[in-house]
Design a protein around this ligand. Structure first.
Ligand SMILES: *Cc1c(COP(=O)(O)O)cnc(C)c1O
Length: 399
């Protein structure tokens, strides 16, 4: 029997779609010019670049001149935060509001600013993994120069009240950035209606190529460049544009946005089946709100097991999953996201994230539920911790 391949790690990265690949090919082969060149090969590339910028702007309700291409989500997050900090600093404002469960591209940038004397308030994300707009309102100070709250979390998939947070920031004149890397292509985005001043997205999370992303910045928001050099991207991001990747990203985003409702419905059905199936495992708990979560995200903790062992055994059976963020896998630190929603270390270690794509099938989901059940049972049968729990020497933390 050939080994099965059930890819359930789409929050880490996705397979490129044929649409995205086909959109890229002409720009690697025929139209390979530099958009800054004045000859016709260059100008053909410049025209393609302008079209892609328009397509992406249309997908998020922005104008093309509000779109800056970056090397991905991390760079867009860094640039948004650093830009707001530099603008704030000039006015003597050095306070930033964010949440405890942001992506490391945000948290580590905030750490860097703290070392420079900025003050950062990280809001508590509560047990359901969702902050309340009031928490932002209460944390705002005279010297707040930025609020940055992710649209949807990459580990537990919870969706934040972005529009309401944006409204509060708008009323107080504070720039609002959202890391929409997990949301893009899965949840509707309209930067105007949702009061968003800056937004990050990354192509490889919606079936586009890796190494390309977008920073949206509303007209009037000052962006400082992280990379010095040529005058590309209106002087905000030097370096010859990655035209093939940009074309692939535009095609992938357009595709995702055109199918967003149908795909979300399909994913949510598969997700709900995974959730109900895995909930049957004794002493297990779903992480994050059961409803306000990405249509393709499932995240569980199982008491008495190690997430790493679970992943290896699942891999053996052809199920490719994750314990949480790709950045923490491989280290022994439990996920900062699970700690932020109040899971203790021992429980946070036994986590499993399954993130779906439109290509997954019902049959794959059934196989996965069955396989996870078997593997968890097996790991518990050989676990000394589990024996202590069953014998009453230790108390179960998950009922
Ligand atoms: C993947 C991810 C990023 C980083 O994007 P890259 O393009 O890989 O740099 C940032 N934020 C979130 C929420 C992500 O899921």
């Amino acid at each position: 029997m050939t080994k099965r391949m059930i890819y359930l790690d789409n929050a880490a990265t996705t397979k490129m779609s044929k649409t995205a690949i086909n959109a890229m090919l002409p720009y690697m082969d025929g139209v390979y010019g530099n958009p800054s060149s004045l000859h016709s090969v260059g100008q053909a590339a410049a025209e393609a670049l302008a079209n892609a910028r328009q397509v992406i702007a249309d997908c998020i309700g922005a104008s093309p001149n509000e779109i800056t291409f970056t090397s991905g989500g991390s760079e867009a997050d860094n640039q948004a935060i650093i830009s707001a900090a530099r603008a704030g600093e000039k006015k003597g404002k050095k306070h930033i509001i964010s949440t405890a469960f942001e992506h490391h591209a945000v948290l580590h940038t905030l750490k860097k600013l703290e070392r420079e004397g900025f003050e950062v308030t990280l809001l508590d994300v509560r047990e359901n993994g969702i902050i309340l707009p009031e928490q932002v309102e209460n944390a705002v100070r005279e010297d707040t120069c930025l609020v940055t709250v992710m649209y949807a979390n990459n580990e537990i998939g919870t969706i934040q009240p972005i529009k309401e947070i944006g409204e509060i920031c708008r009323a107080k004149g504070i720039p609002f950035h959202t890391d929409a890397v997990q949301a893009a292509g899965h949840l509707h985005i309209n930067v105007k209606e949702q009061n968003i001043d800056m937004l990050s997205l990354s192509a490889h999370k919606f079936h586009g190529p890796k190494g390309i992303g977008v920073l949206y910045a509303k007209k009037g928001i000052l962006i400082s460049n992280l990379i010095e050099g040529g005058a590309q991207e209106r002087g905000k991001r030097a370096g010859t544009e990655n035209i093939p990747a940009i074309m692939g990203m535009a095609a992938a985003l357009k595709d995702a946005c055109n199918n967003i409702d149908a795909d979300a419905k399909k994913l949510a059905e598969l997700r709900n089946r995974l959730i109900s199936g895995l909930s049957e495992i004794p002493h297990s708990v779903l992480n994050g709100d059961s409803e306000k979560r990405l249509p393709g995200n499932v995240n569980f903790c199982f008491e008495g097991i190690e997430g790493e062992s679970l992943l290896l055994l699942l891999d053996d059976k052809g199920v490719y999953a994750s314990s949480g963020s790709a950045c923490t896998s491989g280290s022994l630190d439990p996920s900062h996201v699970l700690l932020a929603i109040g899971r203790v270390h021992d429980i946070a270690h036994g986590s499993l994230r399954l993130s779906l794509s439109e290509e997954n099938t019902e049959e794959e989901v059934e196989y996965t539920v069955q396989t996870v059940k078997e593997v968890v049972e097996y790991l518990r049968s050989i676990s000394p911790v589990w024996r202590d729990l069953v014998n009453g020497k230790k108390e179960f933390l998950i009922k």
